[in-house]
Design a protein around this ligand. Structure first.
Ligand SMILES: *Cc1c(COP(=O)(O)O)cnc(C)c1O
Length: 230
């Protein structure tokens, strides 16, 4: 049995090795540890191991967990919460109260709700545009063809900072093709706005490959947390 600490250090070592092999700089990569389906104790344990970025995909779970961790940490530096799952517009306000980053902006109605919610925040909400790399319209994300016009809308929106592109690789075996699409979209986006240069891609099974294609925000769950308890 490996411990959370061992798994975290193992993942960090693999990220460091890959980054240096690629000639990239380690400080351009953010490790978001996805704590979904795990209790707040695990988030606290990870916090004590130095993690400051946590990912969640359901508001019902994330809201209480973020509030509990905040209490447990007290006056120490607060972590950043990243919302990575499909988000209903009617939850936008709640999520924007504890999350600093929403990785899953995928449609105009959600954009409108987030703009409205961001009016109540003291600092802008960071957002990624999620692209759908499958043929299934029910999966989160918009199609690469809609990308530019949607990006323009986000860039014009108040209260939001467009960080870049987010994607989940579609099928095992197609990760290279998928990450290539993401990298191309990221270049298009940077031509529109150089600051929107970040790429949220890479999970437990494919983060090293994602780094080859320029990923800056890795969303890693089970490789660090172990199997889900719920
Ligand atoms: C659960 C989840 C992850 C983490 O997945 P693992 O395979 O456990 O690393 C990353 N991104 C999203 C959108 C998720 O829902």
């Amino acid at each position: 049995m490996t411990s959370v600490a061992e798994r975290l250090h193992g993942v960090q070592a693999r990220i460091d090795a890959k980054v240096s092999q690629l000639g990239r700089s380690a400080n351009e990569v953010t490790l978001v540890v996805v704590t979904k389906n795990h209790p707040v104790d695990l988030a606290l344990q990870l916090y004590n191991l130095g993690c400051r970025n946590f990912g969640e995909n359901r508001d019902q779970e994330a809201g209480p967990k973020a509030a509990e961790l905040k209490k447990l940490i007290g006056d120490s530096e607060q972590p950043n919460w990243h919302f990575v799952g499909q988000l209903q517009s009617n939850k936008a306000k709640r999520v924007s109260e504890y999350a600093d980053t929403v990785h899953s902006v995928d449609r105009p109605s959600l954009l409108d709700a987030l703009v409205k919610a961001s009016e109540l925040r003291s600092k802008p909400l960071d957002v990624f545009l999620q692209v759908n790399l499958t043929d299934d319209p029910n999966r989160g994300g918009f199609s690469p063809a809609q990308f530019e016009s949607f990006a323009e809308q986000v860039l014009e929106a108040n209260g939001l900072r467009l960080m870049g592109v987010m994607a989940v690789a579609s099928l095992e075996g197609q990760e290279r093709r998928d990450f290539e699409v993401v990298q191309t979209l990221s270049q298009q986006l940077q031509a529109m706005n150089p600051e929107s240069k970040f790429i949220s891609a890479g999970m437990s099974g494919d983060y090293e490959l994602a780094l080859e294609y320029g990923a800056t925000h890795l969303r890693i769950g089970t490789a660090i947390t172990g199997n889900r308890t719920a």
